[in-house]
Every structure is written in structure tokens, then in C-alpha cells.
Design a protein around this ligand. Sequence first.
Ligand code: 2P0
Length: 322
Amino acid sequence: MRATAIAHPNIALVKYWGKVDLTRNLPAVGSISITLDTLATTTRVDFDSGADSDQLFLDGDRASAERTSRVRVCLDLFRRFRPDLPAAVVESENSFPTAAGLASSASGFAALVTAVNAALESPLGADRLVEIARRCSGSSPRSLCGGFVELALVGDSTTVRSILDRRDWPLDVVIAVTSKAAKTVGSTDGMELTRTTSPFYHAWVTRSPGDLEAARTAIAAGDFEALAAVAEASCLAMHAAAMAARPGLVYWNGATVEGLHRVRELRGGGTPVFFTIDAGPQLKAVCEPGATDRVAAALAEIPGVVEVIRCGLGDGAMVVEA
Ligand code: 2P0
């Protein structure tokens, strides 16, 4: 009972921020994302090691107690259906900095649930897998699918599906890394602080269905300008709600803000590019492939940008060895 799976991070164009049920990690809003290529998490799960308790190794080193316990929670969700599952040794490798706003928990849990499911002799169905992934990390079900992906709320559950194949609109993403440090306030804490203290939280939740509809329409039509408008609006509204929390959450640094202005200048000059920013200081610029060199060069010039990573759109999580 062992298997290896690979998954890529995803970047939300219409953001998820806030939960209606913390225990089940049920999001307050749906979200639409793109799955990346280039960056990847590779996870190997071994239930045959004879280990006494679940163990996690991250990039070759024994992981912290906190990270190990999150993986244990995930494995225990499988044990509800398979109580006989022995302790596992999980080895996970990221090709990018962990926990710095590059969606490592999304690719991490998507790879983990895919690997565990492949290791089981009678695997769980897709609905159960989505539920388990979502409980571990609200953004991770989106990394189960490739291309353009929607995570939708259905009653008190969620579904995830690819709404457009990556080959049908092959956008690029240029990530301007402005810090490699782990963020100080994690997404779950940031979302709860926003929900409980921000005067803009209700407005944020209320506007989400309109943003989702606008993004769906823009994606179906391949309308870059329309997608740029809704993606930047969703990103700024999420951060506005978080900044209005008490104490206010500011995930950006100076280079993030410079990057945002640079992207808008480029678009004003006719370059098809827009930005999005998650719960960290990295700026992600989404562009048409013909503009990627220009966008990467412009972002690399910004003081404080320590690395520029280019990605295309990628596939969903997959088993690479079972
Ligand atoms: C998103 N983020 O839609 C938003 C935008 C970050 C900013 O989904 O609390 O780390 O574990 O469910 O999975 C962060 O995702 O959050 C996130 P939890 P997770 O991408």
C-alpha cells in the first residue's frame, strides 16, 4: 500500500476568503482558479513501513509537529472509511518556497489525498476525495483539476470541476517573489479574523456570486479584458476586507504594491496582463503568452523582487507511481 502523486498549486482569480463552518472547513464563497505548471508538490505515501505513528518528511527533513498533525488529520479522514489503515510515512517535496503565498497547502493536500487514494485497494469516489481535501485546505480541491477550475458551494458541501481546458486558453502566469519568508498570519487565522472583525466582511461575501458569474462568462468567451477586471476587483476586495479587520491584515510589502502599479501601467499601454495577490506578498501577473517576456522583464526590475517564476497552465493532480 504505497503510491506517489504530483499536484500543482493553483491561483484563484475569484477568491475564497471566509468560512461558514470551521469544523468542516466549509467556505463562505465559491472560487475560480487556474492550475499552474512548473511548480509542483510530489508526495509519496507508504502504509507498509511499520511506523508506529503517522510521520511527515518535508523536503527531506522531519516536518514540524504542526504540519505533521495536519497530515494526520487528513489521514484520519480516510480512516473513517478505512479504519484498518496503518500508520503512514509521508514524504513530500515542493519545488518552491513553502507557506509564502504560493499555495503550497493546495498542491500539498491535493497530492496527498491523490496518493493516499491510489494506495488504497478500494479507493474512495471523487466526491469523498473533494470533501477530504477541502477539510484539510479550502483551496486544495481546486488543484485536483487542471486548467480553469471552479469550486462551487452546493448545499452544505462543495464540488470542483474544470470549466475550461488549459489548451483552450493557454494563459501564462509570472510570479514576482518579493519575500521567501513564511507569512506571519496563515490563511485560516486571517479568514477568521476578517469574518469576526471586519466591517466589510458581509459586503465581501455578498459580492462573490456576481464576481463568479462575471468570471465564468469571461472565461467561456476568452475575454481577457473582462477577466482582468473581475480578477483584480475580487483580489482587491478580499484584501480590503482583510485590511479592515482588527488588527488589520496587510499581506503586501512595498514591492507587491510597486508590482501592482507596474502591471496596470503595462495594461494601460496595451499589454494583456492583470495581477492577483493571495495571503502573502507575492504578486502574480496573468498574461497572454505573447506578453510573458515583457511582463517578466518589467517585474524583475522592481527593487525587492527577489525572483521571477514563469508558469503556464497545468493539469490536475495525478498518480505517478502506484
Ligand atoms: C484563494 N486563499 O482563493 C484564497 C485567496 C488565500 C487567498 O484559499 O483556511 O490555505 O486551509 O482553507 O487552503 C488559502 O487557502 O485556506 C486561500 P484554508 P488555504 O486561493
